[in-house]
Write a protein that binds this ligand. Structure first.
Ligand SMILES: [Zn+2]
Length: 290
């Protein structure tokens, strides 16, 4: 944890009363949560769900980064924004939302573009965890390199069609993103996605937010990452999951097949699968780190 938190105030004790009444949750756990500094990349749909959970649970500090402004077409799923804030930066909009939901959480929101040249300035290397909800694999790759280089736990999460996926990675104890998602550099793969608008259902966003933050809570309590990848689907109808499946590395396909899962352009199973992850020894990002 990056900071020693102040004890819980009477207001906080009252706010978190139901949470503190849980059999597996103590005041000490709440203080650990309060001591956390979490960085969230992107302030869109996936981030709405995750940040909302972090605010409600009572983490100490959230730092969030996004370069965009709020648009009407965001509002079917990006519920931390609203119609009054169309045209406002997503960073500013988040600050307003967070202040009203839980003023005990310090929120630092930055309107900036993250790329190779800005990441060192954008992200505090002392952060306890990076949650990457960017919607482009190339951007996520930059964040992953930063996380691996600074040994920061990295949670990747997203939604595609009616499905969600999430995994908490902490290289070198686990694979890094590049071990799992390796094909985003290929021009032929990227060409397929240049102009397409892919469908996103709002419902798996909530499930993704719950599974993702549950991984964070497990890590907070044990200091161990589960090294598991979750993929969940709400319906048994045919879902176009190319935005996810086309980018998977050979290594990830191999460990998936070993566990009975074949990835294709379409997914038509209802329910949640869990895959045990392993590192790709030839990974160009984490392969030489031990
Ligand atoms: Zn790797």
């Amino acid at each position: 944890m990056s900071q020693e938190p102040q004890p819980l105030s009477p207001d906080e004790k009252e706010r978190y009363l139901r949470q503190l009444a849980m059999a597996d949750w103590s005041e000490e756990d709440q203080l650990k949560l309060k001591g956390l500094h979490i960085t969230v990349m992107g302030i869109g749909g996936a981030a709405s769900s995750i940040i909302n959970n972090l605010l409600l649970l009572g983490v100490g500090r959230i730092e969030a980064i996004d370069q965009d402004t709020v648009e009407l077409s965001n509002l079917n799923r990006q519920f931390i924004h609203n119609v009054d804030r169309i045209g406002m930066s997503k960073a500013e909009s988040l600050k307003i939302y967070a202040q009203k939901l839980n003023p005990h959480v310090e929120v630092i929101a930055k309107e900036m573009r993250v790329d190779e040249g800005t990441i060192e300035k954008a992200v505090d290397p002392k952060t306890d965890l990076i949650i990457d909800t960017f919607d482009k694999w190339a951007f996520r790759s930059i964040v992953n390199r930063f996380a691996v280089g600074h040994r920061i736990p990295y949670l990747m999460a997203g939604v595609v069609s009616n499905c969600f996926y999430t995994a908490l990675l902490h290289s070198p104890r686990t694979p890094c993103l590049n071990c799992l998602i390796g094909r985003f550099q290929s021009p032929s793969v990227l060409g397929t996605f240049q102009s397409a608008t892919f469908g996103i259902n709002i419902l798996p966003i909530a499930a993704m937010g719950a599974f993702s933050v549950a991984e964070l809570i497990k890590y907070l309590k044990t200091r161990e990452v589960t090294n598991q990848f979750y993929f969940g689907s709400l319906y048994a109808t045919k879902q176009d999951i190319r935005f996810f499946s086309l980018f998977l590395s050979k290594h990830f396909r191999k460990i998936s097949e070993e566990q009975g899962i074949q990835w294709g352009p379409v997914w038509d199973q209802e329910g949640i699968i869990r895959l045990k992850l392993s590192r790709d020894p030839s990974c160009r990002v984490c392969g030489r780190i031990s």
